[in-house]
Ligand binder design. Sequence first.
Ligand code: CTP
Length: 414
Amino acid sequence: MAEVVLAVTGGIAAYKSIDVMRILQKRGHGVSVLLTPNAERFVTPGTFAALSGRPVGRSLFPHEEAGVVDYDHLDFARRADVVLVCPATANTLAEMAHGLAGGLVGTTLLAFDGPVLVAPAMNPRMLAHPATVANLRTLRGRGVTVIPPADGLLADGDVGAGRLADPVDVCDAVERALTSESAEGAEGTAAPSAHDLAGIRVVITAGGTQEPIDAVRFVGNRSSGKMGWAVAAEARHRGADVTVLACNVTLPRVPGITYVDTPTAADLHAATVAAMPSCDVLVMAAAVADFRPAGEAPGKIDKSGSDALELRLEKTPDILTEVTAGRRDGQVIVGFAAEHGQAGLERARAKRRRKGVDVLVHNDIARTGIGFGSDRNAITIIGPGDAEEAVAEASKAECARRIWNVVVPLARRG
Ligand code: CTP
């Protein structure tokens, strides 16, 4: 079990670091906490001292008032196996990127040469600011693991990326960082999950298509694109060259990923066919309309003088089936299926074989509160030979990680 130094910095998400500490403790790790002065505006040292049973690091000069000068300001760096900054504010990320050591957190980080993770949490505009983007890039380049923030409603009323990642995901990332360290130490090789998609070209379709009825109306579906976005973020994190074919997704776009807008099934069809020759893995996470209005009415349909409107729908091309039939050797194809309940799982198994895809990810749409529009999902990953892995309710980031754990060996084999 490891010694974790948890550095809490000053944002409203600081209260969630209490959960992070408790989860790490339950998993058997020792946790020592550092608080910046601004963090203390949100959470108190007493809470962490009581729950960790250890002194909380608050200042470089804690004994100043008592006139004591022999304080060991590197004590936390010496005892740590891993340092987690959670939540990491924009200011702390900037300080880290510049190596500032004016406080106990900065000093500890500069004096520590093991794995460091940051879990950013801030307003979406601050997260998207070029300064923050550049600081995160600098930190990643130095080997710091950035735990991607989730999106949703923030405490300041804004909506977008910037919410602290799920505490369970944060703790999973800490344990992965520890595992990859020990793997490197033991065998001198990178851990399998570290950069295992480096050099692999991945195309991911995400969101839901909208099929025009007239100039202002469309036939659409409830897909938000969050699952496809999570699959893309994880692939990027693992070193892939990622292109997302985005069907009407309004989520924030991640630097380093290429996005192509494909609002209709016809746009998506054309873009997917065009992308196939230079792609190693295709993940069809988009909800593609199975039927579309046969011909878009010019202008806006006038409702006056009629009590009903008949729409004639025509079938769209099944993109997945078409590209799977024409794929070249070594290409890996992943499909998604939204189906109802246990019978749906049976249908999903048959669908994997019928469509000829390597992996089919089954979402049970009978479950409420997760899936469409939510940050969480429950999936079954059906792989070659009908090998199945069920992921009980988890964040979409965790679902994405589990999907890639199944797909990576297939992609590397190709
Ligand atoms: N899909 C596609 N083109 C379509 C419809 C769906 O490529 N016109 C893809 C989806 O992106 C998804 C998979 O097919 O990866 C399964 O979609 P789903 O709608 O659940 O399955 P159907 O194709 O409708 O299955 P079935 O043949 O059982 O009707």
